[in-house]
Design a protein around this ligand. Sequence first.
Ligand SMILES: [Zn+2]
Length: 494
Amino acid sequence: MRQEPLDLIIEGGWVIDGLGGPRRRADVGVAGERIAAIGDLSGRAATRRVDARGKIVAPGFIDVHGHDDLMFVERPGLEWKTTQGITSVVVGNCGVSGAPAPLPGNTAAALALLGETPLFADMQAYFGELRAQQPMINVAALVGHANLRLAAMRDPAAQPTAEEQDSMQRMLDEALAAGAVGFSTGLAYQPGGAARPAELEGLARVAAARGAMHTSHIRNEGDEVEAAVDEVLSVGRNTGCATVLSHHKCMMPQNWGKSRATLANIDRARGEGVEVALDIYPYPGSSTILIPERAETIEDIRITWSTPHPECGGQFLSDIAARWGCDKTTAAQRLCPAGAIYFAMDEAEVQRIFQHECCMVGSDGLPNDAHPHPRLWGSFTRVLGRYVREAELMTLETAVAKMTSLPARVFGLAGRGQLSEGAWADIVVFDADTVEDRATWEAPTLASAGVEHVLVNGQQVFPAEAGMARPGMARPGKILRREAMAQAAAGAAT
Ligand SMILES: [Zn+2]
């Protein structure tokens, strides 16, 4: 029987399946949006062949922590994703998302992280725009808890009335029905930080009832990090809502090492059956809006953007303060609204957290920043180059699983995160000997090295000039729903 020619055969590479199994020499055949065959395909006809000899062929990476909500509209090329092999991203983290829009007069500083595009009335409108734009990569969306407060509460700094709580829960339920995979909290920011357990658990019950999940930028990542981890674990434990601790870290030297206790706490919860996972970005510096209260407590703070003083982007706060002849707190107040990078983490601790069996990679990239944290362009290739090849923290197969099948399972992205016949053809081809991040603190928008081909749903998105397999479709990404109930992450990345 004559077989139909395949659209693409990736020939002769080392295939890593994403499930943790050892690499094997095989060809990967793509038909339409799916992987059609894996094995010796030398006898099969194909419209196009890619030589991958000596290279790794792996599932495309899943970035579990993105802030690209509005970038799908503003800068749809998403080069900071495709150039490092990311084929799916979870947006709407840290309590802020592209929808729902605040009530008139309500706002929050953290919304500035997202971009300039006005927020959408609801998730249905947001997804409608994404469909019209055709996303470059796959996108799963969380609803921001801050958005819910700003859209439902007349005074978002207060406690919600019973009516406002109902209204938030109804909005969340509608967003989940429209296709959101869950909600996110940003308890370190206002107005999310005003929330008490009853409010969070009310929302988490709505999510759990729909099989959805929640992620949390916890209330404190410094002196009170242990209590803050406890708080978010309680939300999961009391409601049955699957939980992800975002960008887990312990900031300030006096707190370095506390992850031993927080990870043990996470393991205890998992032992009790609470579905919990976490993510990191592989750098010792963090980045968010500029918070003047941190100016005197953190030695090195670098400004990423400033509305009143755009010329200060990329400069250290201490240098700006010296030039202006004022203290650092005053300088920070003058720079706001602004963004900053804070150097207050221990690299050894970041690496230890990453080795936890349910730890994933989330870039937490901020594409709207003028001088962004380099994690935006380099998180995934940095893991491959520095954590695997140089530091040998784990095998390449394990690292790939932590960036593919583990997040697919945690977020319920069926048919993603693995190379197997019938799976979606999200594929990255890279050179294990040369892959690395190039983005630095000084030059943060340099593309990675060693990534050779990236396919989303069977179509090439990098290098862009190589063209798409199927003409007539500008961008191949899809909106991903939470299809499968995620199993506890246990044993995911063995
Ligand atoms: Zn965050």
